[in-house]
Ligand binder design. Structure first.
Ligand code: DCP
Ligand code: MG
Length: 353
């Protein structure tokens, strides 16, 4: 039986670690990257491990964070720098494998089954990647090493920060059996509560149900959990996602509150999206807007048309109409995005990476 070798890498306290690195005088202090605690609407993007000792967490209002830890130091995020670091870690990954699937700026799956450098062990590859990140970027990452994505991702969290956890082929099933259902990636609060209500607290409990029963209660996800608790997760690491949409979005350094400001942003985004569509000779029949509020809640609204949307004025008009439909006075907006999807011809699909 041959197994895949999958590594999941996740940077430790990502935004805050970059800030500590670039401002050494702040190292070890309770740091928060996010919106300012003065005024309303500021939220925590991430907190240093020192700040987490006070109970500060991602997505918490900055005001509450300051109450929990009055000596906390608040810093504004520098997204351009984090993107640059993200590109740098990806360059390190690429030395070891071409099969890389980024999940966010600070997180990726790597399939190292086809050991490019002939290192011989996935654990050793993970160790070398962690060392390279530490020595070249002066940041730390945690790695999980296993036979599939699901277990690798959970493993990377186990010895965080600066952790390395290996769950080998013969240990996977026992690991899944003891795992509390709320730790299952994809099981949110609602599903976890439903599972517990049914007496399902761990993987071993879930294992007592048939696939049909799991499907009946949890739909498609139920079938997925049925296989997961048996250590089966065949999902490939997908390095080249074929783009099914083309998007432009902007995160603001301050929250937008008026429709006027938002419309001005949509004008800018429409022009960017239109430019990209033209450049790639694409036309989409579905237009979507994405809105992230200052409390990190995110919504999307879309509309589809029989004819492809091609010109900038139409993109602008449709985006504004969708926004107006969702607009509620007093809501603070942190991010706006426009995307077009439902392209006409398959041959015109793009490669993102
Ligand atoms: N982030 C954010 N808002 C959230 C969660 C995260 O802006 N609600 C950003 C800030 C984080 C980065 O994404 O630095 C990565 O998210 P992680 O969940 O991996 O958190 P950290 O890397 O900060 O900490 P950890 O060491 O727990 O991975
Ligand atoms: Mg992280």
């Amino acid at each position: 039986m041959s197994h895949r070798k999958i590594i999941h890498i996740d940077m430790d306290a990502f935004y805050v670690s970059v800030e500590e690195r670039d401002h050494p005088e702040l190292a070890g202090k309770p740091l928060v990257v996010g919106g300012p605690p003065e005024g309303r609407g500021g939220v925590v993007a991430t907190a240093s491990y020192e700040a987490r000792k006070f109970g500060i967490r991602s997505a918490m209002p900055s005001k509450q964070a300051l109450q929990l830890c009055p000596q906390a130091i608040f810093l504004r995020p520098r997204f351009e720098i984090y993107k640059e670091v993200s590109r740098q870690i990806r360059d390190i990954f690429r030395r070891y494998t071409d099969l890389i699937e980024p999940l966010s700026l600070d997180e990726a799956y790597l399939d190292v089954t086809d050991d490019k450098l002939g290192i011989g062990s996935a654990i050793e590859i993970a160790r070398q990647i962690k060392d390279a990140i530490q020595q070249e970027l002066r940041l730390t990452a945690s790695a999980g090493v296993s036979v599939n994505k699901f277990v690798a991702k959970i493993a990377s969290d186990i010895n965080k920060p600066n952790g390395l956890k290996f769950i080998g082929p013969s240990a996977v099933e026992a690991f899944m059996e003891q795992l509390p259902v709320e730790k299952f990636h994809g099981v949110g609060k609602v599903t976890a509560a439903k599972m517990k209500g049914m007496g399902l607290f761990t993987g071993a409990d879930v294992k007592r149900l048939t696939e049909a029963e799991m499907f009946k209660h949890f739909g498609k996800a139920g079938s997925f959990y049925y296989r997961i608790v048996r250590g089966i997760d065949e999902r490939p690491v997908q390095s080249q996602r074929v783009a099914k949409s083309l998007a432009a979005e902007d995160t603001f350094s301050y929250d937008l509150t008026t429709l006027e400001e938002m419309n001005a942003e949509l004008d800018k985004l429409s022009s960017i999206v239109h430019g990209r569509l033209t450049k790639n000779n694409l036309q989409g029949r579905t237009l979507t807007i994405k809105i992230k509020y200052s409390d990190f809640r995110q919504i999307t609204r879309n509309r589809s048309f029989p004819e492809p949307v091609a010109d900038e004025a139409t993109i602008r008009r449709l985006a504004k109409e969708l926004l107006t439909l969702t607009f509620i006075q007093g809501q603070r907006i942190r991010l706006l995005g426009i995307s077009l999807s439902n392209f006409d011809r398959a041959k015109e699909q793009l490669r993102l990476f």
